[in-house]
Design a protein around this ligand. Structure first.
Ligand SMILES: Cc1cc2nc3c(=O)[nH]c(=O)nc-3n(C[C@H](O)[C@H](O)[C@H](O)COP(=O)(O)O)c2cc1C
Length: 221
């Protein structure tokens, strides 16, 4: 698979088969992803991979919290700016329409939306999850480094016939993640990611992108 095909075929998969992943494949992907660039070559990512009984434990901890009406932990970083400029607010709303619309959930059906959203913490059925931490106090450039690393992981997974879903949603239950992983206190959970074999039966709405000239300005004269 060439890089274009890996980029084109990557999408956020929200339904995985219950099939374990060969650990050699995961090691190969992560070893290659470590080649991701980072400012000053800090390589600020600290990565944990969970599967088996540890991941089951994490899923049931969060399930219990949700069932008890616990709406989650204080986020280390808000997911979006409070005042989101219109163009981004529109894209966000469009994403929600497509995502929830694909599973027949209406915009005003809060209960069903919450149920669909809770699939995040079941890893959408995936049997492996990655958690990417950064040292407390890292700045936007290091968060950007982590994003570049995570995209490298996602593209390499495609080359192995695997899919993924990056999930900031895990930050909402970062205390439960920490109870299972027991990272050093100074680590901040930047992002989770479900990894696995896509379930071909899962409805996958294609997410559109803004046209080239809406986001790229060529200044060539
Ligand atoms: C940093 C980051 C965090 C995300 N968090 C979540 C999440 O918590 N749950 C989820 O289902 N999708 C999440 N996504 C997936 C986005 O919704 C998705 O990338 C976007 O809608 C474009 O769709 P595509 O990835 O299928 O092309 C996240 C993506 C990124 C890059």
């Amino acid at each position: 698979m060439d890089v274009y095909e890996a980029v084109r075929s990557r999408r956020s998969v929200r339904g995985f088969l219950d099939r374990p992943l060969p650990s050699a494949v995961l090691s190969r992907v992560l070893s290659a992803a470590l080649r991701a660039p980072s400012g000053g070559n800090l390589q600020p990512w600290q990565v944990y991979l969970l599967s088996g009984s540890r991941l089951d434990d994490l899923k049931s901890r969060v399930r219990r919290r949700i069932a008890a009406g616990d709406s989650g932990d204080q986020l280390p970083v808000p997911p979006y700016p409070t005042a989101l400029p219109n163009v981004y607010a529109e894209r966000l709303a469009d994403m929600g329409e497509r995502r929830y619309g694909a599973v027949g959930v209406a915009r005003d059906d809060g209960e069903s939306r919450a149920r669909v959203r809770a699939r995040n913490w079941e890893c959408y059925g995936a049997s492996t999850a990655l958690f990417c931490y950064l040292d407390d106090g890292m700045l936007p450039p290091q968060w950007m480094d982590a994003g570049i690393f995570l995209q490298s992981v996602m593209l390499l997974l495609r080359a192995e016939g695997l899919d993924s879903c990056p999930q900031i949603a895990w930050a909402e239950y970062h205390r439960s993640v920490a109870e299972v992983i027991e990272p050093p206190d100074r680590y901040v959970l930047a992002c989770g990611m479900s990894i696995g074999y896509a379930d071909p039966g899962e409805p996958q709405p294609p997410m559109p992108r803004a046209p080239l000239l809406e986001v790229v300005t060529f200044l060539d004269s």
